[in-house]
Design a protein around this ligand. Sequence first.
Ligand code: COA
Ligand code: AMP
Length: 628
Amino acid sequence: MRYEEEYESALNDPQSYWAAQTNRIAWYKKPESILSKTDFGTFNWYADGELNSCYLALDRHVENGLAEQVALYYDSPVSNTKEAITYADLLERVKRFAGALKKQGVDKGDTVLIYMPMIPEAAVAMLACARLGAVHSVVFGGFAPHEMAIRIDDANPKIILTASCGIEFEKKIAYKPLVDQAISLANHKPQNTVVFQRSMLQADLNNSWDLDWQDFQENVEVAECVTVKGSDPLYILYTSGTTGQPKGIVRDNGGHAVALNYALNNVYGMRTGDVWWGASDIGWVVGHSFIVYGPLMGGCSAIFFEGKPIKTPDAGTFWRVIDEYSVNSMFCAPTAFRAIRKEDPNGSLARQYDLNSLKWVFVAGEKLDSSTYGWLVDLLKVPVLDHWWQTETGWPMTAPMMGWENPSKERIGSTNKPIPGYDIRVLDDEGVEVERGEAGNICVSLPMPPGVAWSIWNNNERYYSSYLESFPGFYHTGDGGYIDEDGYIYITGRTDDVINVSGHRLSTGEMEEILSTHSSVAECAVIGVPDELRGQVPLGLLVLKAGENISEDELVSQLVQMVREQVGAVACFKQAFVVQRLPKTRSGKVLRAVLRKIAASEAYTMPSTIDDPVILDEIQDVFSARAK
Ligand code: COA
Ligand code: AMP
């Protein structure tokens, strides 16, 4: 297949193009409606098709001769555990767990919250929900109870599934007390908490609603797949927006299944039986699409890794995994490779392993810097492929098509070309398309292809105002960038208050809301500043209330603790400076874009709307003094 022809054909006749792709999956009833419009200006793909995502990931393979193939290789250097779980084993576990959920009253359309570390039971939990047509919402383990409580109140889960602990390097993080605290903070009270007890740290099951994971599955009837519609929700995944209220991105069943099969084969170039590694966490979209659903639907053997790229036990752990399981391709955030490089700059650990199985490496989630790119290519001698997507899209928007005969070559700084179905345009703030090479807002012409989320849980208006309102006829990605003469896309960064810390998406607006509740803070701004390891980290700028005499050190340490307690350790909020005033427009908006430039020591042009230009000099002085 040739990229140019496929791209044109998806652009000119999306309905026929994506109708043909329905053959990729096994429907109970094939859709008659390929693309339909909803009342609030969005779209549905395959709305009347009937299917089950768990059937596609498991039962279908067992029926078709893959029963004894490994579905998941669980590799956990932090708990010294390895397990090869076949498709037949995984199906049995999922059937039983789904049966237990059903017995407990979980039905099609009910929501279930999953707060779990990277253990196979987490995948069992997700797939069991899918089997019943229940909607799961996975919350990343690095989020604090306050964040979980917000999600509990928005998603109203019937049941929470958790484990006694997660393991971060050597540290055991007790998850159950965090769940208990989240439930006590939330208004909605789930019916039960089901806890998987890990041997290294057992949880107290001291609430009347607590259940033990194993007991929960005693004497239950296994559950078969429930039929759902193409447009029925498979999961909700909360992601950071610009406020303290995260957005519950809703993924459908039909478009998602077609898109993941398409991406796995065509973008990532994986085939049935290949070994694939999505080195992320089920708490993020990568984990949903390319640790669990994508590789399993595609009949691959997927690595399910619990650990970090370094110190578990060393910076050779990724190379060891590639060698041990003969990984054919992997995906991870550039931060992971920066961390490995920092520990092992000469790559001597990599040379201890046989990495010949590896065909190429994909990276995404944050900017790939040219230095890390060069280091990795030299070390691995395989293509290192930057590509770009978001929680909302669920699968890549730009990437080389490694499953086809002429994948576009990498170009340093670019995340490659648009994938068929994504008509990407760069618009200025007035919505006019800019010339090639000129930077602006990266948008996608509507309709977008299957798999992209078309609603926010309980809040369709917010979907419209977040993504569709600013540029009518387009989806607004929130990223800035440009397209070069040859159609390659370059992502220069977010144009809103979202930052990416180690590839983890966080809201600076939310951190500002927390800082401003401190009694000494009159106003504040949080911006993302460049960081050698994590790509970006948050930095607070604080204006004190008149007459406050708290020391800066004391204030900052209290604020760091507040963000840690309310957002979670994952926010990595560790620094803040006191400033006299914040630069604003005449209408009172903080000039965050200029602050970001000052923090990154980049040149900036004085905004014409600035109220008092002197403030920028004051801020510049604060940064210069700190840099010394
Ligand atoms: N459960 C509980 N706590 C968690 C957690 C989880 N699942 N994930 C992270 N945390 C905590 C960490 O323990 C750490 O807490 P600390 O401040 O007490 O040390 C904090 O959140 C930050 O975690 P992390 O960003 O992972 O930093 P780290 O110092 O532990 O590790 C790297 C640094 C570079 C090794 C790590 O960030 C990494 O592997 N990055 C790869 C990025 C990635 O996979 N992104 C996924 C998106 S595609
Ligand atoms: P998330 O929703 O967590 O996947 O984060 C999506 C955001 O990460 C995007 O909007 C981008 O800002 C950023 N991002 C993802 N992939 C890349 C990439 N390859 N290069 C630069 N930024 C990226």
